[in-house]
Design a protein around this ligand. Structure first.
Ligand code: HEM
Length: 132
């Protein structure tokens, strides 16, 4: 990722952080619509899940410029995901739902540069989680 892309991801994450709970609802709603097969992997009550996901995303976003610092934690996260039943095929719909939720949350601020920057950030994290 370029320093500009990292800055874009960090500044837009700040904007959605104020509506984090709504963005998380949008994200899970979209994910279960486009990939209903992943719904059973999650607990019925998603409230704890939302807090964890947002917290982890916040940590990752803040450390994009020094990924080596969080890489061991991201790899461990990937290992736990395999144990949750997550397969490599699941990463694409999750990424798509994330981009879609960001687009809803950011509105016109979701420019094509922002989209590319977030796609890069997600691929980087998803790749590290899968040990790529
Ligand atoms: C960048 C990508 C992702 C991030 C940052 C992320 C983050 C997290 C975090 C922080 C947790 C809390 C539990 C833990 O720390 O082990 C979690 C749990 C979970 N995630 Fe992810 N995740 C990602 C991708 C995915 C994908 C692709 C799937 C596929 C459907 C998925 C499904 C799950 C499931 C099923 C749980 C456990 C739910 C439970 O039993 O409580 N995640 N995720």
């Amino acid at each position: 990722m370029t320093p500009q892309q990292i800055a874009l991801v960090q500044s837009t994450f700040k904007s959605v952080a104020s509506i984090a709970s709504k963005a998380a609802d949008l994200f899970y709603g979209q994910l279960f619509e486009i990939a209903p097969e992943v719904r059973p992997l999650f607990p019925a009550d998603l409230s704890g899940q939302k807090v964890k996901l947002i917290g982890m995303l916040a940590t990752a976003v803040h450390n994009l410029h020094q990924l080596d610092v969080i890489l061991p934690a991201v790899r461990d996260l990937g290992g736990r995901h395999r144990r949750y039943g997550v397969t490599p095929e699941h990463y694409a719909p999750v990424g798509a739902a994330l981009l879609w939720a960001l687009e809803q949350g950011l509105g016109p601020a979701f420019t094509s540069d922002v989209k590319v920057a977030w796609s890069e950030a997600y691929s980087t994290l998803a790749g590290a989680m899968q040990g790529v």
